[in-house]
Design a protein around this ligand. Structure first.
Ligand code: ADP
Length: 402
């Protein structure tokens, strides 16, 4: 006689594991393969130190453990231990720099790993960490296909007029000095969602998307392809960010060096980690803190916000040069989704584009409720689209393994 199958054991949920590996941190998101639902989210920090920890959230419940001295492998193992009743189909990795080697996501094999290694000089902090994440996942999930999704890939469609710097051409030919752009996964996802919101075919939609988080960038998307963006060879170019300066005069380095004796390394660090909103305000890199301080009379917090919004607005106008038409301006990222005053302030600089926000809609929409925030008579639609890079990586991963 056959034994009947057990009635009380639910079948394991098929899922995709998304990994974003930093040098001393590891972010993991596990999404349902069927509908992209977030099943488990984990963050390991201070890896390789006595204070290493891993924390997770799943089904509304939170937990965490200390992991003294633990590295990426121990952290990923701790997350895998939480995955009972989940059946991973594949692993998707966020990889920061794909250089000119990758114009889309790829299934990882040894050749791909070599190419990612060749891009290390372009992202010396990030790519080695991403490679460590891939190595760890290959060891822990040897049977699963692994996919790399690059921050730069979406921008590989930039025309040469947009990606070349006006420096001697040999720097491009010999050293790959050019503009690459970053946040590509977010700009790509948000542009697809914006087209959906507008009821248009993404292949026939012209947009400028603005990813405003700790790092900030804007992107001109014409007919579904990135045609220009504000970040360049490194993520410090372009908009004012939390701690990054964005564009400065290239003569600044020499001047600061001459006047203060600071070295090139010190100036680079100054422009990356002590500038932007933090540098201008002298208070914080966090827009929430600055908004509160400005409201209670902190002059330099107000100044930082003013510069942030003006530079954003000006960069967006510049990006429209890459478009034939402008269907919509799209806000995303922590600031873009949550800060109605920043959106209103930037929009006030776009009168020449015929932009008019609907005040009530601008105040009502946010991270949980993306939607249209422009007035009916605005010549250009303005939207909030909450970004979801994990979902985009999971979709790309499934697309490549199926
Ligand atoms: P990351 O780039 O690290 O993913 P986020 O996208 O989470 O960062 O964005 C972080 C920024 O979003 C911070 O400046 C934070 O102050 C800002 N932010 C989050 N919520 C709000 C809010 N309600 N109002 C204004 N700014 C906000």
């Amino acid at each position: 006689m056959k034994t009947p199958p057990p009635q009380d054991v639910a079948p394991a949920t098929e899922c995709v594991v998304v990994i974003n590996c930093g040098s001393s941190s590891l972010k993991v998101a596990v999404l349902a393969a069927r509908d992209g639902r977030m099943l488990l989210k984990a963050l390991a920090e201070r890896l390789g130190t006595p204070d290493a920890t891993v924390a997770w959230e799943s089904g509304g419940e939170r937990g965490g453990i200390p992991l003294p001295g633990g590295g990426h492998r121990e952290a990923l193992q701790a997350v895998a231990d939480r995955m009972e009743n989940l059946r991973p189909l594949a692993v998707g990795h966020r990889v920061v720099h794909g250089g000119e080697e990758f114009s889309g996501s790829v299934l990882i094999d040894d050749k791909v790993l070599d190419a990612v290694r060749r891009c290390v000089p372009l992202a010396p902090l990030h790519n080695p960490a991403n490679l460590a994440g891939i190595q760890t996942a290959r060891e822990l999930f040897p049977a699963l296909p692994q996919v790399a999704v690059f921050d730069t890939a979406f921008h590989q469609t930039l025309p040469r007029a947009a990606y070349l710097y006006a420096v001697p051409y040999d720097f491009y030919a010999d050293l790959k000095v050019r503009r690459y752009g970053f946040h590509g996964t977010s700009h790509h996802y948000v542009s697809l969602e914006a087209a959906r919101l507008l009821g248009r075919d993404p292949g026939a939609t012209s947009l400028v998307t603005m990813h405003l988080g700790n790092g900030c960038s804007a992107c001109a998307v014409r007919d579904g392809r990135s045609v220009d963006c504000t970040m360049g060879m490194t993520p410090v170019e372009g908009l004012v960010m939390g701690t990054r300066s964005g564009d400065v005069d290239p003569g600044l380095h020499q001047y600061i060096h001459d006047r203060t004796g600071r070295s090139l390394d010190e100036i680079t660090s100054l422009l990356n980690s002590q500038s932007g909103l933090l540098g201008l305000s002298g208070l914080s890199n966090d827009m929430r803190t600055l908004a509160e301080a400005a409201a209670s009379g902190h002059g330099r917090a107000a100044l930082a916000i003013e510069v942030f919004c003006y530079r954003l607005a000006k960069a967006v106008c510049g990006l429209t040069a890459a478009l034939d038409r402008l269907d919509a301006l799209v806000f995303t990222g922590g600031i873009g989704e949550n800060s109605a005053p920043v959106r209103a302030r930037a929009a006030a600089h776009w009168r020449v584009l015929g932009v008019r926000l609907d005040e009530a809609a601008n105040a009502a929409h946010g991270a949980n409720t993306g939607g249209v925030i422009s007035a009916p008579d605005s010549r250009v639609a303005c939207l909030i689209v909450p970004t979801n890079e994990e979902l985009m990586i999971a979709r790309e991963t499934l697309r490549l393994v199926s």
